[in-house]
Design a protein around this ligand. Structure first.
Ligand code: TEU
Length: 549
């Protein structure tokens, strides 16, 4: 890179694409039906072939798996079901050989109730670990207040031996850590430094906007001391390395995102914000209360994030993760136009400014699953929701309809490697069933096929490396009110691109394309000349150099 391009391109993490692995469902190596670290190592060449530069690993630490590893009982060891610390070290080294960095998932808002700290904490009120968690005195049956846990039920759990309640924003088995206690913060920083010593490339920070809770005032996210804690953590740990850090923040807005992703590096590299992911639900209700996607609003939302963080912060770009349904089933068409719509969604996302994240299987156009009944589901959130709504008198069909659309298990079925038994994921019995469509949708089929969803993702990743305008170009939304077309330009000093996509099953007029007819086509999901009408889910990116006057 010339000095000039290097300056425009900025830190490495602005120039990379991250791939998220959900270890339990990625690749099993010992046929116990659960994915593991040696399994991941065996697939590194696949990832290198895709062109990604970093892997975010959902938690592999010791855990009773009440919430699939987001309930950690030892931050400094690997759960035997996933392998050993040596396997982890080997993964870091083997990935490095392929220019891939490993991003660990830090769950710092809570631990497992089986963590040594909590085991000690609940022994007595004067135990040195007691104050590592959030307790309130009370009487059994009379909760400190009516706060609810994300996975259902009250946020308070009674411990009779202490005559106290502890606070948990997630399951009963995930007690919240007390960040007000400086000793807790120090323990956490030392643990982070220990992982940095091992050569990890960065961290994803689970529900980080919830650490500074103040339950007496009903505050969960964006507590008053939140950014103070994050800055302290960043100073004590991340800033000592050249890391990518991404905070998960359901409560992020464009204002606080500028703090989180301040270019001065005082907090994180970027955050995951969820504004665009909470639009296809009924206002003021839960994600299970389905509503169609308000397309124009969604475009405006994405455009707002692009505009607001331009040169003042940095976006993360994602449509999928382990908590979300599969995007092709959600906003695309997972039947007739599965390939076209999966590519269209990828094209729209990867043309934007920010660091793109691909969730395992997204690059194959993997879809939601429809298990026959609730007994096939594994996710604690889904199971609790089912129980609650059935008790509340919802019709089963209705509950299942929500689950089919939004259950986290949609994203957690095993990775589809091949048409072999269990999609090549395991020779044992998988912990969650494989999506039956693996026979048609799998990596083996797609890898060598230039027309596959996989090839589209590979090209998109490549384009970011070749054209700096993907990194630094300024975003402008076009045809803002159009109900079918998602179109925008990215413009830098000497290049510009036009990203143009039909988000619907019906053909759509896009006169813009006439103005760009001499431009170079960088990617296109139809094998046809681009006219001024786009076919169902047709999408393309056009490029032209700017003539300087
Ligand atoms: O998710 C945060 C979170 O709030 C989700 O539980 C979210 O509300 C839900 O998935 C949407 O329905 C993080 C992790 O990504 C998730 O897997 C964990 O279960 C959760 O934190 C607790 O650690």
């Amino acid at each position: 890179m010339t000095e000039m391009t290097e300056k425009k391109r900025g830190p490495w993490w602005k120039n990379t694409v991250v791939y998220q692995i959900y270890p339990k469902s990625f690749q099993d190596s010992d046929n116990d039906g659960i994915g593991d670290i040696p399994g991941i190592i065996s697939r590194l060449d696949y990832l290198a072939g895709l062109g990604i530069g970093a892997v975010w690993l959902s938690p592999v630490y010791c855990s009773p798996q009440d919430d699939n590893g987001y309930d950690i009982s030892d931050y400094q060891d690997i759960d035997p079901m996933f392998g050993t610390l040596e396997d982890m070290e080997k993964l870091i080294t083997e990935a490095k050989k392929r220019d891939i960095r490993i991003i660990m998932d830090l769950v710092l808002n809570h631990t497992s109730d089986e963590h040594r700290w909590f085991q000690e904490a609940k022994k007595s009120r004067d135990n040195p670990y007691h104050d590592y968690y959030v307790w309130r005195d009370g009487v059994e049956g009379k909760l400190p207040n009516d706060m609810k846990a994300t996975f259902g039920g009250p946020a308070w759990e009674w411990v009779p031996e202490l005559n106290q309640y502890y606070f948990h924003q997630f399951s009963v088995k995930q007690p919240d850590l007390n960040w007000e206690n400086p000793k807790v913060r120090r323990e956490i920083y030392d643990m982070i430094l220990w992982w940095m010593e091992k050569g990890v490339g960065g961290f994803r920070l689970d529900v980080i906007d919830q650490i500074a809770k103040e339950p007496d005032r009903g505050i969960t996210n964006n507590g008053p001391r939140l950014h103070e804690f994050i800055r302290e953590m960043s100073r004590e740990t991340f800033q000592k390395g050249d890391l990518i850090t991404v905070g998960e923040a359901w409560g992020a807005n464009t204002e606080n995102a500028k703090l989180y992703s301040n270019p001065d590096g005082s907090e994180f590299s970027m955050v995951f914000q969820f504004e665009h992911m909470a639009m296809d639900q009924q206002p003021g209700k839960e994600k299970w209360d389905l509503a169609p996607l308000p397309f124009v609003k969604m475009k405006q939302c994405m455009a707002k994030w692009q505009r607001e963080l331009y040169q003042t912060g940095w976006n993360s770009l994602f449509l999928d993760n382990h908590d979300l349904p599969r995007i092709v089933s959600r906003w695309g068409d997972d039947k007739k136009y599965r390939k076209e719509s999966a590519k269209m969604l990828a094209t729209v996302l990867h043309g934007m400014q920010g660091t793109p994240y691909i969730y395992q299987g997204e690059e194959l156009g993997m879809t939601n699953v429809k298990f026959q009944d609730i007994t096939h589901y594994r996710d604690i959130e889904t199971l609790n929701l089912y129980r609650e709504r059935m008790e509340q008198g919802y019709r089963e069909e209705e509950v299942m309809r929500s689950i089919y659309a939004k259950s986290r298990d949609n994203a957690r079925t095993p990775m589809q490697w091949s048409a072999e038994e269990n999609a090549g994921f395991t020779k044992g019995t998988p912990w969650i069933e494989v999506n039956p469509n693996y026979v048609e949708i799998n990596a083996e089929e797609e890898r060598e096929d230039p027309d596959s969803v996989f090839s589209c993702y590979r090209t998109l990743i490549q384009l970011r490396k070749e054209y700096p305008v993907f990194i630094d170009g300024k975003f402008e939304l076009l045809m803002e009110e159009d109900e079918q077309i998602f179109a925008y330009t990215r413009t830098s000093e000497d290049e510009e691109i036009l990203v143009c996509a039909n988000f619907t099953k019906e053909p759509a007029r896009c006169p813009l394309l006439g103005e760009w007819k001499d431009a170079r086509i960088l990617i296109h999901n139809y094998d046809r000349e681009a006219g001024e009408t786009l076919m169902p889910y047709e999408a393309l990116i056009l490029w032209r150099g700017k003539v300087r006057t």
